[in-house]
Ligand binder design. Structure first.
Ligand code: FES
Ligand code: FES
Length: 158
């Protein structure tokens, strides 16, 4: 039988208290309990990157972390990135470059790309491809995604 655990954390700047089953995945908690459905669930075992979120400043697979492990953390989901404007330039670049089709990968891709940009990553196509290699896109072929990320980096450094 699964135990329940009390957790307190901050999600997109707001304090959250909850009692969660010990085996509940963080992404399922965000989607199911907090209705933050921007984080997607694909493979559920850390491969596709659709569930990528930011935990204490690091990009994390939401399907590989338990909600109970998020106790005391600061989490930002794609909703928080969009509402704060942090992802605005990247979202615009994705639109300009047609870097999404179905959009299933896009929230995780944006979170991963922001991690690269915020860490001072260069507009280097090989390095960008390596960084987003844990985020699968079944539609675009990645070329336009890399174009969009390069655009944001080049514009921010001119
Ligand atoms: Fe988490 Fe695929 S759903 S990596
Ligand atoms: Fe469809 Fe990336 S846009 S999976």
């Amino acid at each position: 039988m699964s135990r329940s655990i009390d957790i307190q954390l901050r999600v997109n700047g707001e304090a959250v208290k909850a009692t969660v089953p010990s085996r509940l995945n963080l992404v399922d908690f965000l989607r199911g309990d907090l209705s933050l459905t921007g984080s997607h669930v694909g493979c559920e075992h850390g491969v596709c990157g659709a569930c990528t979120i930011i935990v204490d400043g690091n990009t994390v697979r939401g399907c590989l972390m338990l909600a109970a492990q998020a106790n005391g953390t600061e989490i930002t989901t794609i909703e928080g990135l969009a509402d704060s404007g942090q992802s605005a330039a990247l979202q615009a670049a994705f639109t300009n470059r047609n870097a999404l089709q179905c959009g299933f990968c896009t929230p995780g891709m944006l979170a991963s790309a922001l991690g690269y940009i915020d860490a001072g990553g260069a507009a280097d196509r090989d390095a960008i491809r390596k960084h987003i290699s844990g985020n699968y896109c079944r539609c675009t072929g990645y070329q336009s995604i890399v174009d969009a990320i390069c655009d944001v980096i080049e514009e921010s450094r001119t």
